[in-house]
Design a protein around this ligand. Structure first.
Ligand code: 2PG
Ligand code: MG
Length: 441
């Protein structure tokens, strides 16, 4: 396999018009691999650090010129000449070069841009689709591990944002996403068509109620002002029914509570409007969510409790873990050390996988592998700030993750991934494996 001849880096803009890092990895044989780094808004405290310039005169301080410069002057000299297919060796070199615990020295955005661009370039040198190359890396990783690890490429079941709240839509609702999962779909293509139908129907239901049905949040979900969080579940259930689908049979609900962002650390309580003016403790939140699960066809709850509320997470998992998927996002931040703690304590039963929370492809594969070994269902996820980069679509297929969360079916930074999955479905042929409902356990 050929070596890296050069790295190029530049500042480009993401779906919120904020600067982000783009990297080109150029092979000695001329092939180019390109990656653009995503960016979150409701970020967890334990995520790898996104390096921003903090120069208020430019892009409101959000520029990434320093991260770009780190790729050019620190990373490139160390990485050029390394074998392109040595993803782990390259990622280890990146980690060592940064030398900090949170990739704060070079910036996780600089590091991730290089890590992903290398994978794209290696796929190009092989003349392969990215998911084929990533699948090889995944198989190699899985072969070193004990236990039954799924390695056949398969299309993930999407969980799709319908109504946006929290930090993604001006805090119109306390909770961040109300999502729909087309659990009755038998193929990815069919899933996507159901999703689009329900998304349109949500708009119609909102318009009928005289609510905002045009403006959308950062991930393309509708952003109406509703009198309660629970009202959003009702709207989506009504939309599912309006499409002639049966809630709970054909289409289910999921929710990203993103509760870290309404958690008050000083009192250890959660301020959520459904509970009235009194804030709730963790047990109160668990009761609230248990009530939602009873009243609505909810099959998945993400970040039901805050990022460091481990005791609360145990309680939540004891109470609801056998009935619904409980995803740790801010809780685990795609990092094996935190996932290990969760496994030990019995916190959550599923993990959100976001490449930029950890900063390299190899560490992302490590988190996916650890999740599989402990029966935690992985959900590969986009960030609220995205671009035309569709790497996560290939990653989800390559690692047979089973589920993917991209945002809504509006805005092209989202559709880049949904459409990429359609192309991969075609590559995989007429009986393209689709994770379907089974992905949810
Ligand atoms: C989340 C993500 C994606 P953000 O909380 O799961 O929806 O949001 O990228 O803003 O962290
Ligand atoms: Mg989340």
């Amino acid at each position: 396999m050929t070596v890296i001849q050069a790295l190029k880096a530049r500042q480009v803009l993401d779906s919120r018009g904020r600067p982000t890092v783009e990297v080109d990895a150029i092979a000695a044989t001329g092939e180019v691999g390109r990656a653009i780094v995503p960016s979150g808004a409701s970020t967890g405290r334990h995520e790898a650090l996104e390096l921003r310039d903090a120069d208020s005169a430019r892009y409101g301080g959000l520029g990434v010129a320093r991260a770009v410069e780190n790729v050019r002057s620190t990373i490139a000299p160390a990485i050029v000449g390394m074998r392109l297919d040595d993803q782990r060796g390259i990622d280890e070199a990146l980690i060592a070069l940064d030398g900090s615990l949170n990739k704060g020295r070079l910036g996780a955005n600089a590091v991730l841009g290089v890590s992903l661009a290398v994978a794209h370039a290696a796929a190009a040198v092989h003349g392969e689709e990215l998911y084929v190359h990533l699948n090889r890396l995944w198989r190699d990783r899985a072969a070193e591990a004990r236990g039954e690890i799924p390695v056949e490429p398969s299309l993930p079941m999407p969980m799709v944002n319908m109504i946006s709240g929290g930090l993604h839509a001006g805090k119109n609702l306390d909770i961040q996403d109300i999502l729909m999962i087309p659990i009755g779909a038998e193929t990815y293509e069919q899933a996507l068509e159901m999703i689009v139908a329900v998304y349109r129907a949500v708009g119609t239901v909102l318009a009928k109620l005289g609510l905002e049905s045009v403006l959308v949040g950062d991930e393309g979900g509708y952003g109406p002002r509703l009198e309660s969080n629970e009202r959003a579940f009702e709207v989506v259930v009504e939309a599912i029914t309006a499409c002639g689908l049966v809630p709970g049979r054909d289409a289910a609900l999921a929710v990203d509570v993103a509760s870290t962002h309404f958690f008050d650390e000083s009192t250890g309580t959660y301020k959520i409007s459904d509970a009235g003016p009194q804030p709730l403790d963790a047990a109160g939140m668990v009761d609230l969510m248990a009530g939602w699960v009873e009243r609505y066809p909810i099959v998945s709850i993400e970040d039901g409790l805050a990022e460091d509320d481990w005791n609360g997470w145990r309680l939540l998992t004891e109470r609801l873990g056998s009935k619904v998927q409980l995803i740790g996002d801010d809780l685990f931040v795609t990092q094996t050390a935190r996932l290990e703690r969760g496994v030990r304590l019995g916190a959550a039963n599923s993990i959100l996988i976001k490449v930029n929370q950890v900063g390299t492809l190899s560490e992302t594969l490590d988190a996916l592998l650890m999740a599989r070994q402990h029966g935690y269902r992985p959900v590969v996820s986009a960030r609220s700030g995205e671009t035309e980069d569709a790497t996560i679509a290939d990653l989800a297929v390559a690692t047979a993750a089973g589920q993917i969360k991209i945002g809504s079916v509006a805005r092209s930074e989202r559709l880049a991934k949904y459409n990429r999955l359609l192309r991969i479905e075609e590559f995989l042929g007429p009986n393209a494996p689709f994770a379907a409902r089974a992905a949810l356990g």
